[in-house]
Design a protein around this ligand. Structure first.
Ligand SMILES: Nc1ncnc2c1ncn2[C@@H]1O[C@H](COP(=O)(O)OP(=O)(O)OP(=O)(O)O)[C@@H](O)[C@H]1O
Ligand SMILES: [Mg+2]
Length: 305
């Protein structure tokens, strides 16, 4: 009940942080008032023509502490400065617990940074309504949630897409392979009131969600982690297609996914410790080499399990 009321009590409007001396205009969830904040930029104009161009995503001195974290814990993210150019794909790698999912959550504005700022095309995200951020940034987490509804509802999630686009997204992510076998196909009900899907099946639905939205920024948290190698190879083409048309942050553990990126950032203990191309980092970063080297290559014959 506590959690339930906590959610219901959330204030509806966005909560822009005040920079000293910066002009302040409250921005409603509907984006009203946003144009004044963005200097009239086309960024936040609900109902108006919306640019489909890939956006620039910049983190400047970003730090983040989870609201429920004990006060003496180090912040989950510390002093992160990264620029992802329009159309660029940045892979983020790091050991478990290094802050990758936290970084993805901030890029999708599920949380606001505790310090520093994140901008989309030069506009502070905290000044853009959440609704507008949702329409620009699409996110796929490694353990995607299914909502009670049909497969189609779960892929579209309110996005305007014609049936052809839905078909294409299901095919490209190889989700059609299991959806077409269901008794009611894409009208099959899933989620709490329907059947559940496996982790790999849910990941393909999550990737299809990103595809149909044609976002200006895609944030993908380990999007292929639950797929077997054969399906992974097939879905990689879909991923490549998503990445080609948008700015992307891709969290990856597998070298095959990292290789799709233009540049890679290495996270350790909530900090960026190295940024560069895959080749550069292989030469300069021992942490990166360790992350990218399959375990069987670090264990001599007879030493393995
Ligand atoms: N909701 C939360 N509340 C409090 N602390 C959290 C929360 N989520 C993550 N953390 C903490 O923040 C740190 C970073 O976690 P995060 O999930 O970003 O790591 P990760 O790099 O994505 O790890 P993995 O590779 O296992 O997915 C960890 O110390 C974790 O315990
Ligand atoms: Mg994670």
């Amino acid at each position: 009940m506590h959690r339930y009321f906590e959610v219901l009590d959330q204030p509806h409007g966005a909560k822009p942080r005040l920079e000293p001396g910066a002009p302040y205009t409250a921005v409603g969830e509907d984006g009203s008032g946003a144009n004044r904040d963005t200097g009239g930029a086309a960024l936040a104009c609900p109902g108006g023509p919306r640019s489909q161009q890939p956006a620039e995503l910049v983190f400047t001195g970003v730090g983040f502490r989870y609201p429920n974290a004990p006060a003496d814990d180090p912040p989950a993210l510390h002093d992160i400065s990264l620029r992802v150019a329009p159309g660029e794909t940045l892979a983020v790698v790091g050991a478990t617990g290094s802050g990758k999912t936290t970084l993805a959550s901030l890029a999708a504005r599920l949380y606001d940074p505790t310090v520093g700022r994140i901008t989309l095309d030069g506009v502070d995200m905290s000044a853009i309504s959440r609704a507008e951020v949702r329409s620009m940034v699409a996110v796929a987490f490694d353990e995607p949630v299914l909502f009670s509804g049909t497969i189609s509802d779960n892929v579209l999630m309110g996005a305007e897409a014609d049936p052809g686009e839905l078909d294409r997204a299901l095919r490209a992510t190889c989700a059609d392979q299991f959806v077409d076998r269901l008794a009611e196909g894409r009208r099959t009900r899933v989620g709490e009131n329907g059947m559940s899907l496996s982790g790999g099946q849910r990941q393909r639905i999550a990737l299809a969600r990103v595809m149909v939205r044609r976002p200006r920024v895609a944030v993908l948290d380990d999007p292929l982690s639950a797929l077997d190698m054969r399906t992974e190879a097939q879905v990689q083409d879909a991923l490549r297609e998503v990445l080609a048309s948008t700015t992307a942050v891709v969290i990856a553990h597998r070298p095959s996914t990292v290789l799709m990126a233009d540049r890679v950032a290495v996270l350790a203990g909530g900090r960026v410790t190295a940024v560069g191309t895959h080749e550069e980092l292989l030469h300069t970063s021992s942490a990166y080499r360790a992350l990218m080297t399959p375990i069987e290559m670090t264990v001599g014959p007879g030493e393995g399990l």
